[in-house]
Design a protein around this ligand. Structure first.
Ligand code: MG
Length: 376
């Protein structure tokens, strides 16, 4: 397939706001390709393989982890970016990095760490993803962090409280001024939601926490269920489920591309600047598809994420995070030296931030092992 030129409103490295520390350009790779490569080579990226998406890693080998989730987000994001003549490498970089700041044990872990940090400025996983790429990765001789391009960092910081945004300078400004990020960042945001809605249906069915009968009450699912079932009446369940899910992803992504194309045509932004200034996101599903997508998301919240079996794991995970946090707050020398030394002679809030960085970086199994070593 021929690649077409970037649209005028795409992120373009020649008009980028650049890196925080100036670097020579690479001979063979564009700047956003370099960002993608830096993300893939980061320690935080490799840890995603042992971090929970919905199911804790040891619950089974076939469930999504944060790593495979991030890859699925990236596949969806790249398809949409290419279809709209937007910057594929930037979209890929944002998608791969979007969950780098996630704690062990998924949202349960994030909520628990946020509660532990309530007196010290809280904990937000999006902000933590930015901290990882801006500060916590220590690999390069000349700077802390990965020194990514502004547009990549802008996309990684998907949400942020106004209070935290005020501390962030340029990158936080849009949350105060209520501006939009570039289209590549908008794509990554929706690709995330499309990916988890679909793979969580698959994982929920695999785990036996959801049933086909229940899901047939969801219009997005039932439309494709009826089609596949009519055409292949004897198909075994696993293949039936896969056929339905691939069709659901295809339908949502096609709708997203078409709706976004038409919104861009109407708004006709001349540059990424105009995209940022536009009153609302331009990357969007149609109203009808969005309704079905949100209905499925609500269904998953009610029947999967809040399933009694999941809640039991949630309670355990939260206790682990709380215990680890207070143990390291009491005795920082239990952490590796690079973290322990950063807590010497600093105020409580700064010490708590170091502890949060350490705990947030843990994989599920590392957190469980560390926890076992404290509990007699
Ligand atoms: Mg995600």
């Amino acid at each position: 397939m021929a690649t077409s030129a970037l649209a005028p409103y795409a992120a373009n490295e020649s008009q980028s706001r650049g890196r925080r520390y100036e670097e020579e350009s690479s001979i063979y790779r564009g700047e956003y390709q370099r960002d993608r490569d830096r993300i893939i080579h980061s320690t935080a990226f490799r840890r995603l393989i042992y971090k929970t998406q919905v199911f804790v890693n040891h619950e089974g080998d076939l469930y999504r982890t944060r790593l495979t989730h991030s890859l699925e987000v990236s596949q969806i994001g790249r398809t949409v970016a290419v279809a709209l003549n937007l910057n594929e490498a930037l979209t890929e970089a944002i998608c791969l990095a979007h969950d780098l700041g996630h704690t062990p044990f998924g949202h349960a872990g994030q909520d628990a760490l946020n509660a532990c940090m309530s007196e010290y400025g809280g904990f937000e996983h999006n902000l933590q993803s930015l901290r990882v790429v801006d500060e916590l990765e220590r690999k390069y001789a000349d700077f802390a962090g990965l020194n990514l391009m502004f547009e990549t960092r802008e996309g990684i910081l998907k949400h942020c409280s106004v209070r935290n945004a005020r501390e962030l300078g340029e990158i936080g400004k849009r949350f105060i001024e209520r501006k939009q990020p570039g289209l590549e960042a908008q794509i990554a945001n929706i690709a995330d939601a499309i990916a988890y809605n679909n793979h969580d249906v698959d994982d929920g069915l695999r785990a036996g926490l959801l049933s086909l009968e229940q899901l047939r009450g969801q219009s997005l699912f039932s439309t494709h269920y009826d089609d596949v079932h009519a055409r292949y009446p004897d198909l075994e369940d696993r293949r039936l489920i896969y056929e339905i899910i691939r069709r659901m992803i295809g339908a949502v992504v096609t709708d997203l591309i078409e709706e976004t194309r038409s919104r861009i045509a109407t708004a006709s932004p001349g540059s990424i600047h105009e995209v940022r200034e536009f009153g609302k996101p331009l990357v969007s599903m149609s109203d009808g598809m969005y309704e079905q997508h949100v209905a499925l998301k609500r269904f998953l919240h009610k029947h999967l994420y809040s399933h009694e079996q999941k809640l039991e794991m949630t309670r355990k995970a939260q206790a682990i995070i709380r215990d680890l946090f207070s143990a390291y707050m009491q005795d920082a020398t239990r952490m590796p030296d690079e973290f322990a030394s950063a807590t010497r002679g600093v105020e409580d809030a700064d010490r708590a931030r170091v502890v949060a960085d350490y705990v947030a970086g843990m994989t599920d199994r590392f957190a469980m092992t560390a926890h076992e070593s404290f509990v007699d």
